[in-house]
Design a protein around this ligand. Structure first.
Ligand SMILES: [Mg+2]
Length: 305
């Protein structure tokens, strides 16, 4: 009898639950319920930044445009034109201790020409790891990324326009050097990844500079100085401003001040003429800021009520 009573209660509860579910169905999605109980819902599509960068025609064109402009710039710099005196060539890497606010650029002497590239979302799209992490509902997971650095070869894609551009630059006698914050411990995995993407051969310590090569962590400034000691760097490319100077990553720098530093007249003429920026709406220090950081008060608008 007692069992029977419990069963009746259970049945009644089940009925209530089913009723509640039916009642809730029109207004409360599975995803909303999952969020309410603290779970991150499984994404049904990639985040907007990934859709734009990795999937859209616009993302592809943005990459091709930069690579074409960079190639044209480099070939123009190397063209022997008696009407234009470019000697001595100047580094586009900031001289040691100088900053984008007060830049200095050393003469190249007779060093061989080079172009310096970041790797991730500059030469390659990390589509294998990005999809995996997005499907897991993760923005970024260092342990997964570490595995990706070691074993992602063949699952990263050369960015549109990069293979052709690197060939043209090399044919013109320019050495391609990569300066990336992938770790020195995973050097082989990164060499393999770049090769498998069709971007050519890179050798750690010669044409591949990695985080851990020195004791300055994620700053690329010291590595850039080491590259400039060996090469005449006539162009640089990256997807984040730290690929040009670590001053852009200064602790506590506001969104507005970072934008001002990048646009200040001392360096602004370098954009598209020595410094080349690839688009990355997926991750990095560009993606932050409150409404007040992003929008100025004088542009605030609302519709008439
Ligand atoms: Mg990058």
């Amino acid at each position: 009898m007692r069992h029977f009573a419990i069963s009746l209660v259970a049945l009644a509860l089940a009925g209530c639950a089913a009723q509640a579910e039916r009642a809730a169905a029109p207004t409360t999605s599975k995803e909303t319920l999952a969020t309410q109980i603290g779970e991150k819902p499984a994404p049904t599509s990639p985040p907007p930044g990934q859709q734009w960068l990795y999937g859209s025609a616009e993302g592809t064109i943005a990459s091709v445009q930069v690579y074409r402009a960079m190639t044209d710039y480099i070939l123009d710099q190397l063209r022997v034109d008696p009407a234009v005196t470019r000697l001595p060539y100047r580094q586009v890497i900031l001289a040691m201790q100088s900053t984008p606010a007060a830049p200095r650029f050393d003469d190249c002497g007779n060093k061989p020409f080079a172009a310096v590239f970041d790797a991730d979302e500059t030469l390659i799209w990390n589509v294998g790891s990005m999809r995996y992490m997005a499907e897991q509902g993760k923005d970024f997971d260092p342990a997964i990324w570490d595995q990706w650095e070691r074993s992602g070869a063949g699952k990263a894609l050369a960015m549109p326009g990069a293979v052709e551009a690197l060939k043209d630059m090399r044919d013109a006698g320019v050495t391609i050097v990569v300066n990336t914050n992938r770790t020195a411990a995973n050097a082989k995995g990164t060499e393999d990844t770049l090769r498998a993407a069709g971007l050519g051969e890179f050798k750690h310590g010669e044409t591949l500079y990695l985080m851990g090569d020195d004791d300055t962590g994620s700053s690329k400034d010291a590595r850039r100085a080491a590259i400039a000691a060996r090469y005449c760097v006539i162009a640089m490319a990256g997807d984040q401003l730290g690929d040009f100077s670590n001053a852009f990553n200064a602790k506590g720098i506001s969104v507005a001040d970072r934008r001002k530093l990048a646009a200040n007249p001392a360096v602004s003429s370098l954009w598209g003429s020595g410094w080349f920026l690839l688009s990355n709406p997926v991750y990095g220090p560009s993606i932050r800021g409150s409404f007040d950081d992003i929008f100025t008060p004088e542009t605030k608008w609302e519709p008439a009520r």
